[in-house]
Design a protein around this ligand. Structure first.
Ligand code: NAD
Length: 408
């Protein structure tokens, strides 16, 4: 998907063939074998990956995913998207992504700690605050980042908070980082409602995925006065046309670790959630949720891609024939996470910390700039919001590579 998207953008920007491979191929791809001792005394070897897409503009930046389906190809695609995302908001980073093929839900905290420390140890020659900085993604958390920071710091002999972002605030994390992605999604949806002429009072939203991004996005939309009528997670979904009580739902999730079984709603499947009539649809779980099979059935005015790569290229072609749906493409929609990760890194390097208001103000200013630039380009060139956002990102990387030149 990422390569096909890149080819489309390269055609649109008329990037010469001679430059395409240099922009497209990841600079470094690592695969490591991670043997750890399980709690029952057995030894299991997990596969870990890290892809650094380009190092032209500074260190690489990107999340670390723990999920059974993680592969080198998936990580490479996510690293490429991170590059365009960082360039879209002019952050001084290239994209990266990492992952371990494991099921964190079936592992104990002690096993996860051993796995994380082992992965960090294997990555030490390839990472650093000026080389590659990790952050949480699906299946990882602040705790994962704390273990990584500790392992790296023990190796160096002094504390290095800037080696990861998304760590606990008490260890040099930034206030507002945990909420940044979901809050950014809320801001951009609100901005898009102005653009398409939707009023927030009485508007409805359905959110797929109730993890870090999906839950914060849901709360953020509720603050703008939008009614959340459906949510879901890996175990299934919920629907209530009068609106879900998010506070009660949050308590339910804290206890049961899933939205399933929440009493004040009807159960629905993830597939039903995606085609529920609503004003705003927010896929905030995994890739490839909106496909050729369901793209024509989606019934929303705004599709806010909070997850990375939730829409396949085939589905995208269908959505392009449906101008009534305004798409906020993933590299714009969820960029708030990496923007506040960048703020966290800057604060760590300066050992000077900002207030939550400063963080949120600066975040919204950057989001506003990226939104306006993307919308302007989309309208001027009569292209989709996705092609516009990708074009802005790819163009910046291409120009940086061109002026730096090719080291002989
Ligand atoms: P998370 O692990 O906190 O939450 C993921 C949610 O998706 C969970 O509720 C899980 O149950 C649900 N889910 C998993 N598989 C599902 C399926 N097949 N169907 C429906 N729901 C499913 O992860 P997160 O950090 O919230 O990330 C969600 C998405 O946002 C990912 O695509 C991630 O790459 C992207 N993203 C995250 C950040 C960040 O700051 N965390 C930043 C940018 C993009």
């Amino acid at each position: 998907m990422a390569c096909r998207q890149f080819d489309l953008v390269a055609d649109h920007l008329q990037i010469p063939e001679s430059e395409r491979s240099r922009i497209k191929f990841p600079k470094r791809s690592m695969t490591v074998a991670l043997p750890i001792e399980r709690d029952d005394g057995s030894v299991e070897v997990f596969a870990g990956y890290r892809v650094q897409h380009h190092l032209t503009l500074g260190p690489t930046k990107g999340g670390l995913r723990y999920h059974p389906d993680v592969t080198l190809g998936e990580v490479a695609a996510l690293a490429m998207w991170m590059s365009w995302k960082c360039a879209l908001t002019s952050l001084p980073y290239g994209g990266a992504k990492g992952g371990i093929a494991c099921d964190p839900r079936s592992m104990s905290p002690a096993e996860l700690e051993r796995l994380t420390r082992r992965y960090t140890q294997e990555m030490i020659p390839f990472i650093g605050p000026q080389v590659d900085i990790m952050a949480p993604d699906v299946g990882t958390s602040e705790q994962t980042m704390a273990w990584m920071m500790d392992t790296y710091s023990v190796h160096m002999g002094y504390s290095v908070p800037s080696i990861v972002t998304g760590k606990p605030v008490g260890l040099g994390g930034s206030v507002g980082r945990r909420e940044a992605t979901g809050r950014g999604v809320g801001y951009l949806i609100n901005r898009s409602m102005d653009t398409v002429g939707l009023n927030s009072s009485g508007a409805t939203a359905a959110v797929q995925g109730f993890g870090n991004v999906g839950s914060v996005a849901a709360f953020s939309l509720a603050k703008y006065g939008i009614k959340i009528i459906a949510v879901s997670d890996v175990n299934g979904g919920l629907f209530n046309d009068r609106g879900l009580d998010l506070w009660k739902l949050e308590q339910h999730v804290a206890q049961k670790k899933t939205v399933a079984g929440f009493p004040e709603a009807e159960p629905i499947t993830n597939e039903q959630l995606l085609t529920t009539p609503c004003d705003i649809l927010v896929p905030a779980a995994l890739e490839r949720q909106i496909t050729e099979a369901n793209a024509a059935k989606i019934q929303c005015r705004i599709l806010a891609e909070a997850a990375n790569g939730p829409t396949t290229p085939e589905a995208d072609a269908i959505l392009e024939q449906r101008p009534e749906i305004f798409v906020i493409p993933d590299i714009l929609c969820n960029v708030g996470g990496v923007v506040v990760s960048y703020f966290e890194w800057v604060q760590d390097l300066q050992s000077f910390f900002w207030t939550e208001t400063e963080v949120t103000d600066k975040l919204f200013r950057i989001l506003e700039g990226a939104f306006v630039q993307t919308l302007t380009m989309s309208r001027k060139r009569k292209i989709s919001m996705r092609l516009a956002a990708l074009s802005l990102g790819v163009r910046r990387v291409q120009e940086a590579k061109r002026v730096r030149g090719l080291f002989p």
